[in-house]
Each structure stands twice: as C-alpha cells, then as structure tokens.
Design a protein around this ligand. Structure first.
Ligand SMILES: *Cc1c(COP(=O)(O)O)cnc(C)c1O
Length: 410
C-alpha cells in the first residue's frame, strides 16, 4: 500500500480533497478506491503478527478495529471537516452513542437541547440516566438555560442545529464558550447542516457527529455514521470504546460512502440552491401559513444562520393553515416529491413529523417544540427545480381547495 503525505493533502482545496483525500492504493494501482471486504489480515510470520499486535507495526489486525476501506473514508471525512481524526460507525446513532459513552461514567451529568432527533433524545434522556448519568434538557436557543444547567459533574453538552424538524438554530460558538468555561465537551450533531455548510469544530465544538445515511450517502443506499474530534481524544477515549464494543461499519458501506464524498459538495450546493428558490415559491403561496428556512431573511434567526452556515441548507419546514387535513391533502397530491422519512437524498422527500417521526412524542411536548399538525418537513433533492416548483404549487392548490371546501361546508 502506498500512503500519501497527509500534510500535502491538507493543503488541497476542499473539492479536491473530496475526490482524492485519504486514498491509499494497493500494489495494483487501481484508479478507484479498493473495497477490502475482509474481516482479518494474514501475517507473513509469527514475528510479524506479534509486531502488529504490540503496535510496533501499525498495520491492520481485524476489521472491528480498523479496515483499509473504512480508513480511507475516515481520512477523507477528517480532511473535509478539518478534524484531526475521524472514526466511522455502522449508523448515525452508533456515532452519537459512541461520542457520548466513550467518555462518560456513572455520576456524570450532561446537558442537551430539547429539540433533538428522536433516538438522540432517547439516548440522552432515557438510556444514559439508567446508567447513572443525569441529563438536563434545555431550550437550545436560550443561552441562559445552558449556563443555568451546568453542575460540577457536567461532562458533555449535546445539540443539533438546525433542529429537526423545526429548523430552529442554536448559536454553536456561544454554547461552545459556555461548555469550555464549564469544562464540558460540546458534541454537535451536524446532520441537517452537512459538513459542507457548517463547521462546528471551527466554532469551538469538541466533537462533531454525522449520520452518513443522510447527505453523505445522499442516494438512500446504506447506513453509516462518523465521529470527528481531536487526535488525542479519538485515540484515548473513542478508539478503545469502538474497538471493544464493536459498532463497526461494513467495509462495503464505507466504500459506498467514500465514493459518495466525491460528489457531496456538488450535491449539497445544488440542493441548497434549489431549496432557496423553492422557499420563495412556498412563502408566496396562500396555503402556506409559515415557512421556516434558515436562508430566508424572515427566519427569526437569519443573522445567526449567516454567521454559522454557508447557506440556508437543503431542509425546510412548511406549516399549512388547514392543520392535519391540509397537510395530508398536500402530501397526497405530490407526484414528483416522495413521502419518506429519510433526508438529504437525491430524491426530494416530504414527511409529516406529527404522525411519523415525532408520533411517539407527547402532544404537549410537540406543542412545546413547535411541531404542529399542519407542519411538514421537506428535504430538497437533485431534481429540476422547475419540476419541483410545479409539483409543490399544484399540491398546495389542491390542499387550499380542500380547506376552502371544508370551510364552506361547516
Ligand atoms: C438520521 C439522524 C440520526 C441517526 O442516524 P442513523 O444513520 O439513522 O442512525 C441522528 N441525528 C440526526 C439529526 C439525524 O437526522
């Protein structure tokens, strides 16, 4: 295997890193990154095996620990994020859980924003407390709540921005400062913004996590996750946790995700441009009561979006005046845009959170989070923007006609 000089790669511009970063070629000199679908590795001698195990020879030992294809994906992710080190996992949730569990013990305390992806909320507010790790949930945008929640035992802060599905933002730099002053690690779930549009480490976060299932794959094929942080923490805390608990990603999935990184910037940039143009169409339609898109000046945190995101992103929330009936009529009238709870995909996808992703959240908590019955989450894909605009307009017209019929009848 021929290794490239890492410092040379770090000098390359982001688009170039996404195509070439982390590539290690076998003696065959293949153009495309090789897929090493192997559990283990053979050693030329007993002495060589001994050296591999005691670390004198840094080669591979077992794919639960590390694998050449997975290592290429991790290296390319680290170059993209500007992180010292990255480790891939079997899913986004495996990444979130690892980022928390790798460096926590009974008696510790964590603070998390309330508006979290459902499974993240389960991990911080149900699973960790069972292990003796207390958790305080706060309203993420309210900085005073983070400050007030800190205890001497606070070890980690966890947040997501923009939040799913409300598109509410949290000031990452400000929360990072509070975390630093309290001696806590700030972990940011950066799925909605993508590594292309938001850089939490530059804003002061300690760790970034991704569900690579979303924009990084971007074509709805496989699950994956990534944890990125400084080399010391990854080496001392994260790697032992991953090595011995085993949430390893399949080399096949890592290969798919590695190849997807080549087009990530192109896809996300295009999807975000389309999203910005569709937001204009949606905001003007009489059926739309409220539109939440961080790239529009009418987003209540537009100034913050400009500070911490490169653009408004690929996701938005739409609130229809006619509640659940209008939301369902709209969803059912769509032809090009598909109903699915994935996001970041090449295919534009729409979800009704109140009855799907957030069905298990109590009505009271949904109200608190601002997830109404008329709200829909929209993930913008790679289709022609004109086809998407026509699809949305026709479906909104249908929803509006239905609402008016109902009003006339009552
Ligand atoms: C999807 C998602 C996850 C979980 O990722 P999986 O790959 O499905 O395990 C975590 N956080 C956010 C914000 C997500 O959207």
């Amino acid at each position: 295997m021929t290794h490239k000089d890492k410092s040379e790669e770090a000098k390359l511009r982001p688009a170039t890193r996404l195509v070439h970063g982390g590539t290690v070629r076998s003696p065959f000199g293949e153009t495309c990154e090789a897929m090493f679908l192997t559990q283990g590795f053979v050693y030329p001698s007993a002495e060589a095996a001994e050296a591999r195990f005691n670390g004198e020879d840094p080669g591979f030992v077992y794919s639960r620990y590390a694998n050449p294809t997975v290592a290429m994906f991790e290296e390319r992710m680290a170059l993209l994020e500007g992180a010292e080190a990255a480790k891939a996992t079997a899913s986004g949730m495996a990444a979130v859980t690892a980022a928390l569990l790798a460096d926590i013990a009974a008696g510790d305390h964590i603070v998390a924003s309330r508006a979290l992806f459902g499974s993240c909320l389960y991990v911080v507010s149900e699973f960790l407390p069972r292990l003796g790790v207390a958790c305080t949930l706060v309203d993420g945008p309210k900085l005073d709540e983070w400050r007030a929640a800190v205890r001497p035992q606070t070890k980690a802060f966890f947040l997501e921005s923009p939040a799913n599905p409300t598109m509410e933002l949290i000031d990452i730099a400000a929360v990072a400062q509070i975390a630093k002053a309290s001696g806590a690690r700030l972990i940011v779930d950066n799925v909605f913004a993508t590594p292309v549009l938001q850089k939490p480490l530059e804003l002061g976060a300690h760790t970034v996590v991704y569900s690579a299932t979303k924009h990084i794959d971007g074509q709805g094929r496989c699950l994956g996750g990534v944890v990125l942080s400084n080399a010391e923490w990854v080496g001392e805390k994260l790697i032992p946790y991953l090595k011995h608990t085993g949430p390893a990603i399949s080399p096949f999935n890592a290969w798919v995700l590695l190849k997807s990184l080549e087009t990530l910037e192109l896809r996300v940039t295009r999807q975000a441009e389309t999203a910005a143009s569709l937001a204009e169409v949606l905001a003007m339609h009489p059926a739309v009561e409220r539109l939440a898109y961080p790239g529009r000046a009418d987003h209540p945190q537009f100034a913050l979006a400009c500070r911490q995101m490169r653009s408004g992103g690929t996701m938005m929330a739409i609130e229809l005046a006619g509640g659940k009936a209008a939301a369902f009529a709209f969803a059912n009238a769509l032809k090009v845009i598909k109903l699915s709870n994935n996001l970041g995909d090449a295919k534009s996808l729409l979800t009704h959170p109140a009855t799907t992703t957030h069905q298990s959240v109590s009505e009271e908590e949904r109200a608190r989070l601002g997830i109404t019955d008329g709200m829909l989450r929209f993930s913008v894909g790679l289709e022609d923007p004109a086809d998407l605009a026509e699809d949305l307009s026709a479906a909104l017209d249908a929803a509006l006609a239905g609402t008016e019929r109902m009003r006339a009848a009552s």
